[in-house]
Design a protein around this ligand. Structure first.
Ligand code: SF4
Ligand code: SF4
Length: 390
């Protein structure tokens, strides 16, 4: 693998041009409707130069960032999940025929624009989330053919996070701010002078890097990148202690905290929609007015919806408290049994985009405090605690 290289800011356009010449549909961060979102990107001038974001529980605002800095914001409002695992995906069409009906499977290659996708600016948390989707959707007995088709051709340009938001906690869960394995190229934006450290992490990344106007990186460049990572880690808005979650959350199934959360939670499903690792889906069928044509779609679903837990005659999680408990316990604990990893990469989106400002890092800390207080009382009374739960 070629060594790290330095790319001038003007080289970002060269990167876009190389990717487009290789047949990719390139997506990158841009300002749209008061947020930084992923959208098709033809011109580097459309990148959010000098724009930052301010994120807090239930709050997202754009702000002035450092002049000239291209990636001086925390996370895009939506993750690349919607690119590789669309919220609404046509699976097949059925047509009435003279003697019954026929089924036409639909694949990503049948879409009007079926170019492979390249995503520029993927944060470490989102690279890790894609790695989790790879494990869940590609690495088990059933391979998701639609995800596989998109993922195998995708090209990811990750960017080290230099401006973590108030809701970010990737450092404490080990997914950032420097992206780990899973992308093709990693950019680190350095200043004084303004430049990008570029590292290829796959053969595809190395081939693209070879076409860019770069110079070899120096020891000073590498030291500047390390200093940037250290500063970003120190700025991280939140943290999550993870070592005890596998035991803590199942043991806290009767914690009074779930009811307290349910008083604020609207069961709106925002947290699962913005979460880069949530992957639950449902199936919807729709026919045309003649009844001759039917389409089957796979659409995102959420464990916060009432129908999600419908089992033969009724939903089993009718109380919002039971839905939040299901989401958090699965995400942080039983996900480890199921997939060998936590389901949280610390992106903070579920905190930012929760209309009630519910913060999972704070809720976990409170659940832990209640459990420890309960255990302390139990220990003091020789385990003879009447009433109350962890
Ligand atoms: S936790 Fe927040 S985002 Fe999630 S369902 Fe409840 S109100 Fe909506
Ligand atoms: S649970 Fe929240 S912080 Fe964790 S990955 Fe999902 S959206 Fe991000």
């Amino acid at each position: 693998m070629a060594g790290p290289a330095i790319l001038a800011p003007s080289g970002l356009q060269a990167l876009l041009d190389v990717l487009r010449a290789r047949g990719y549909r390139v997506l990158g961060p841009q300002v749209r409707d008061g947020a930084i979102v992923l959208a098709e990107l033809a011109d580097a001038a459309a990148l959010p130069v000098g724009v930052g974001d301010a994120q807090a529980p239930g709050r997202y605002r754009l702000r002035d960032g450092e002049p000239d800095r291209v990636f001086g914001f925390a996370t895009t409002a939506q993750s690349p999940k919607a690119v590789l695992f669309p919220p609404d995906e046509l699976l097949w069409r059925g047509r009435r025929t003279a003697d019954g009906f026929s089924i036409e499977p639909v694949a990503p290659a049948d879409e009007p624009d079926h170019r492979p996708v390249a995503v520029l600016g993927v944060r470490g948390c989102d690279v890790a989330a894609i790695g989790i989707h790879d494990r869940v959707l590609l690495g088990r007995a059933h391979v998701d053919a639609h995800y596989a088709a998109r993922r195998e051709e995708a090209f990811l340009v990750a960017v080290t996070c230099s401006a973590p938001g108030g809701t970010c906690f990737c450092a404490s869960v080990g997914t950032g701010p420097r992206p780990r394995a899973g992308s093709d190229l990693v950019l680190t934006e350095l200043t004084e002078p303004h430049r990008f450290l570029v590292e290829a992490t796959t053969a595809a990344g190395e081939a693209v890097l070879a076409e860019l106007p770069t110079a070899p990186a120096t020891a000073d460049d590498l030291a500047a990148a390390d200093a940037l990572v250290e500063a970003a880690t120190a700025q991280m808005g939140r943290s999550l202690r993870t070592d005890d979650l596998h035991e803590l959350l199942p043991a806290s199934a009767e914690s009074p905290r779930w009811a307290a959360i349910a008083e604020r939670c609207l069961a709106c499903t925002n947290c699962t929609a913005v979460c880069p690792t949530c992957f639950c889906t449902g199936v919807e069928d729709a026919s045309d007015l003649t009844g001759d044509l039917d389409e089957r779609h796979r659409v995102w679903d959420s464990c916060f919806s009432l129908p999600y837990s419908y089992i033969h005659g009724g939903a089993v999680r009718t109380w919002t408290a039971s839905r939040y408990r299901q989401w958090l316990t699965h995400k942080l604990a039983s996900w480890q049994d199921q997939f060998g990893t936590s389901g949280c990469v610390g992106c903070g989106r579920c905190i930012t985009w929760c209309p009630a400002g519910i913060d999972l890092t704070a809720e976990v800390a409170t659940i832990r405090e209640l459990a420890e207080a309960h255990d302390a009382v139990a220990a003091a009374s020789d385990g003879d605690v009447l009433g109350g739960h962890r």
